[in-house]
Write a protein that binds this ligand. Sequence first.
Ligand code: NAG
Ligand code: NAG
Length: 313
Amino acid sequence: MRINVFLAILAILATSVGDLVQPPSNGLTQILASYPSETHWQPNFSTDIIPIPCHSHNDYEQPIPLYLALAAGCVSAEVDIHARGRHAKDLYVGHNPHELDRGMTLRGLYLDPLKAILEGQNSNAGEGVMNGVFSDSPETSLTLLIDFRDVPKRTWDLFNTQIEDLRQKGWLTFWKSETGVVQRPVTIVASGYASFEDVVANTTYRDIFYDAPLTELGKPNVPYDSTNSYYASVGMDTAIGRVEEQFTTEQNKIMVEQIQKAASFGLKTRYWGGPSLPKIVNHKLWENLISSGASVLNVDDLVSVKEFFDLSR
Ligand SMILES: *[C@@H]1O[C@H](CO)[C@@H](O)[C@H](O)[C@H]1NC(C)=O
Ligand SMILES: *[C@@H]1O[C@H](CO)[C@@H](O)[C@H](O)[C@H]1NC(C)=O
């Protein structure tokens, strides 16, 4: 096992700061320890993991995609996808189109594992019960933010086909005109070049929600609401201007207004980007974001965000 993978696992599994002695003995621990063997699920999969409002930004760049985010308790993860041309047969995961790896597909890294995890989590589920990925919080839905990086139509069609398994199992949060939004173990949100027209094309059923532009919510007649969108997102600089070390009073005020605006549309707020700060300073900033009502912290450092929530308990 590569050393950075090993260290990442150790750090995530620490139950609290400085405590590396007794990590939770759950299925995820086993899977991480034997990664990349083919096991996607083990009994007691995520026992003792407390979900935290963390969004694993570009999650595929983690030493172990998906599983480390789950071990940290993140309720949301972001995956950039590429169709590579009009006749693409698969969706590749990565940031830069020139650096894609044939072995890194959306199916291999996310959709198949999620299917196996949910099958495992629900193998003994009673009639009408549907468990999510978090054993101790089965009603928590995992949000998958899919960032479309190219050829929107082809990407949409392929993606829509590839989530059919999860859809058939009933594991996707959906909206129907008769029922409204019904939450299920996985909530899919399309971002980047995904088109809003594709999201709303079906006027009676949806299970791919849009990542609405937060700063446009103030305009007249915006079409975004909880029947077609989930997050309202924006780059932090665009939203409130450059952040030095902490938010100014004025920035805080703007942020609270934006968050309330999003909430009035039934949407959850996600700020991405923001300054790179030393840990202590950054934790202060996160504290501020959470107390202002931001729905998730958009993070690269899963260890730090887990530590932040461990400390604030
Ligand atoms: C799962 O956890 C329960 C309670 O801690 C334990 O009794 C059981 O043996 C565990 N199952 C497996 C397969 O490890
Ligand atoms: C909308 O989705 C439902 C459920 O998948 C499907 O039965 C229906 O045909 C779709 N309608 C349109 C117009 O695509």
